[in-house]
Design a protein around this ligand. Sequence first.
Ligand code: TEU
Ligand code: CA
Length: 549
Amino acid sequence: MENRWFKNAVIYCVDVDTFRDGNGDGIGDFVGLRQALSYLAGLGVTCIWLLPFYNSPDRDNGYDIMDYLSVHPHLGDLGDFAAFMSEANDRGMRVIIDLVVNHTSDQHPWFQAARRNDPKYYGYYVWRKDDPGDTSAQAVFPGKQSGVWEFDKLAKAYYFHRFYSYQPDLNTGNPAVRDEIKKVMGFWLALGVSGFRVDAAPFVIAYKGPDAEKQPHESFDYLEEFREFLRWKTGDAILVAEANIAPDQILNYFGERGQRMTMVINFFVNPHLFLAIAEQSPEPIERALRQLPQIPILSHWAYFVRNHDELDLSRLSQSEREICFRAFGPKPTMQIYQRGIRRRLAPMLGGRLDLQLLLYSLIFTIPGTPILWYGEEIGMGEDLNQAERNSVRTPMQWTADMNAGFSTADPSSLVRPVVDKGAFSYRKVNVQVQRRDPNSLLNYLERMIRTRKEYPEFSTGTYRVLETSEPTKIFAHSCQDENGNAVIAAHNLTEGSIKVVIKLWEKTFDHFIHLFDERPNEKIKKAEIDLELPAFGFSWLRLRQKKQL
Ligand code: TEU
Ligand code: CA
């Protein structure tokens, strides 16, 4: 089988302005990121995903772009970007970037021209003259957004905005807009990126305009058009869709031959992982996985535990959502948009290392590519004093020194304050202390990443959920490649330690090894494996056949 790099990738998501400040002005930048590359390589990261770093008024953490072909002056310039790219490549790391083309900033020159009725640009956006009435039900950010149409005095018309009102939607149905998008893609591909995370993919391809809610219509052919363009420019670049979609929509995004999105970020399994922890049961995970369709052979899932946005619980039922709110975000200030939790993982889990590792083990063993949000590898906490989702976007905690080692600037001029109180203060939670502790989250994750890379069956194999003697407590699955190599991962979703018998699906295996420790081979009798799993513990095993001795 052809080598598909993205299937064995470990993606690490970085927000440049909060990762590392290279010039001491209080804002992270490309020089700082470049200095941190050895750290990322050491962790085992193979692909860096950069959140938007383009010139922007920065009202939505850079997702409001005013120049797609630029680097935000606070972060450096194109030369710094190129220097970062080549050093990442020297260390064998690829880079993917955010492609935010559902909307621009209202400060983008296209929008400024459109408002002035410039015939070239007016049609880049979506307008209506009549009063739209109440459209609050269509808003993506309930409570922060009153509707999806905003009146513009210059244009004397309403413009459509699925997100914040300062983010006018691009009219992606307009071929001229699609040409602009290709120009943006071509530019960054020429600078060496390996692909794009397609922001808000369902909205990019949705019908936009009056009665958008009554005419739900998606143009999946745009996705194909972008993929075609990508393939033509570079053979192995990828498109990763940010698409929080129902299971019955999934194949539309991949395309029946895998001709659309290379990967789709799995927003469906994600909340079920949290529900499983809250209910101490494997059932939600098994149920969610059962609802996923078989995806094309060239396609792949991307999995995450937490990301830069809220933990979105909208795919759960009302009562399941309540269970998760109670377990992980009981205070109103922890909740957002009536559907989510604006916290980082470690504090949601009361700082428990076992639970954090259990969740990472799940996303490292269910076939798909894991994505880590920066700071997760050390269990950073959030700052609920920050507005909306900025709570989970505080500076990376490198050391116990001033500003967490993020910047040498005066603390008052940091892009965002560092977390300096409580159990997750940078004085306690930082890269430096965890490096020295062999049992730290950082060191566990590094081992987990290394092991996963050594056993590519986890990402490329076909998986099956296994029968066990403890179906209400243990989630066990196998991944097997076409040569018969097989691995197993077993997860204990409960608080007590458990002895379990795992049933194998065939009789040819005669012994197994534990992937995380030095225990000798163990024999397999009667196509069954006896395991003991500590509370919330997990095991990764490699099965062997006689001939492989
Ligand atoms: O999010 C797009 C999006 O659809 C979000 O509403 C998402 O579904 C929600 O947060 C639940 O997961 C992207 C970015 O990730 C987000 O930070 C931006 O604010 C948004 O686009 C607008 O550009
Ligand atoms: Ca800086």
